[in-house]
Design a binder for this molecule. Structure first.
Ligand SMILES: NC(=O)c1ccc[n+]([C@@H]2O[C@H](COP(=O)([O-])OP(=O)(O)OC[C@H]3O[C@@H](n4cnc5c(N)ncnc54)[C@H](O)[C@@H]3O)[C@@H](O)[C@H]2O)c1
Length: 361
């Protein structure tokens, strides 16, 4: 097992990463000082696959376990579902000291985190992420939220978990597209912060796709370490943490302009490449680095070509995105693989040219 410490003063916690961790969860929670009742919030698929194993590990340590289920899908990240969960928590006599365990992907993690942060003004939260995206990204850093109206993550708070347990065995049952969504975030982490890790991904893409145990542990560990380090420097997302949005400014606009027919991972991959092309055209990023990024994305099975979408629509969506500051679109660009910076000095016409395919790699 590998451990990453997230140093946030009195809100510090550890991320445990490795194989076979679900079975040890009861012991760790006992050692963390918890006893009595625990609530697991999960979805039906994850509950069917991992609910029983987690429950066994907890009951073995004499915890009494209540499991609450939420249907799958982003639409469950809502105030309505949160309201239903508050009701069920009250009916289960969950108290101020009752820990809530988020067992699932980013949807369960964000929703459960929001509920844990607000129920009785905050109860202990433990994240048990089961998608690659949740293990490398959403379970770490304390951003918890629900969507509201058309706006994603509109209502939320910063609320750090007490512990994150990322059992890499759970990744074996992930559908291919969910693995790809996580891989895009793994590539992003390396691209913005760690050239050595990027080289590891370049060398081991086949092993990643074959779910090699040691390689999976390594990519989750390295990505979690990068996320932790960035969050430690900017917990409240006022500066540096923005670099985690690399590929997401254009990516979100592509998702939205395609009516969410383009998967998140694919959209982020295309967004990363577009941002790298912009960096190259501005004379900041060497062509060889752009080619490396293109190749690793391709090898990972993620798209490298812009889908056939209306460029004007993508530009409009970006302008409405929350990453726009005083009418300027905020971009994360690359200086080299492993080094990113934030700027709002990108000319819209260059973005349009890159999105329109006029600027080839
Ligand atoms: N809080 C943050 O910092 C942060 C960062 C990035 C993304 N997010 C949020 O994360 C969400 C997306 O999360 P996601 O990509 O994990 O998707 P998800 O939570 O919707 O999970 C995807 C699907 O995978 C299934 N699943 C989960 N684990 C599985 C497993 N081990 N085996 C088989 N199936 C499994 C789930 O049932 C679900 O159907 C979005 O709402 C996004 O806003 C939050």
């Amino acid at each position: 097992m590998r451990k990453v410490k997230v140093e946030l003063g009195s809100n510090s916690y550890e991320v445990y990463i490795g194989s076979g961790l679900l079975a040890q969860t009861g012991r760790w929670l006992r050692e963390s000082g918890f006893s009595g009742k625990l609530v697991i919030i999960t979805d039906p698929t994850v509950n069917r696959l991992y609910g029983e194993a987690l429950k066994q590990s907890l009951t073995k340590e004499d915890f009494s376990v209540v499991t609450l289920q939420v249907p799958e899908g982003e639409e469950q990240k809502s105030l309505e579902t949160a309201g239903r969960l508050y009701h069920e928590l009250t009916s289960s006599n969950a108290e101020r000291t009752t820990p809530i365990l988020a067992l699932g992907g980013g949807v369960i993690g964000d929703l459960t985190g929001f509920v844990a942060a607000t129920y009785l003004r905050g109860v202990p939260l433990v994240q048990i992420p089961t998608t690659l995206l949740a293990q490398v990204d959403s379970s770490i850093g304390g951003k918890v939220a629900v969507d509201h109206g058309q706006l994603k993550n509109m209502v939320g708070v910063f609320y750090q978990p007490r512990l994150v347990i990322a059992d890499t065995d759970t990744l074996r049952t992930l559908p291919t597209e969910e693995l790809a969504n996580g891989l895009a975030e793994v590539i992003k982490s390396a691209a913005i912060r760690d050239n050595k890790f990027f080289a590891f991904i370049e060398k081991n893409t086949d092993k990643i796709k074959a779910l090699d145990e040691k390689v999976l542990e390594e990519i989750v560990f390295q990505s979690a370490k990068i996320k932790a380090e960035v969050v430690e420097k900017d917990e409240r997302d006022l500066g540096l943490r923005n670099i985690l949005n690399y590929g997401h400014t254009i990516g979100h606009a592509i998702e939205s302009a395609s009516d969410f027919k383009t998967e998140h991972g694919g959209a982020v991959a295309i967004g990363m490449l577009a941002a790298a092309k912009i960096s190259n055209k501005m004379g900041i990023l060497d062509k060889n680095e752009l080619v490396r990024l293109n190749n690793v994305i391709e090898k990972a099975g993620l798209p490298t070509e812009m889908p056939n979408l209306n460029v004007e629509k993508i530009m409009q969506t970006m302008k409405h995105d929350k990453k726009v500051l005083r009418d300027k679109i905020r971009f994360v660009l690359l200086k080299s693989i492993g080094s990113a910076f934030i700027t709002d000095e990108v000319s819209p016409s260059l973005v349009e040219r890159v999105l329109g395919g006029d600027e080839e790699t």
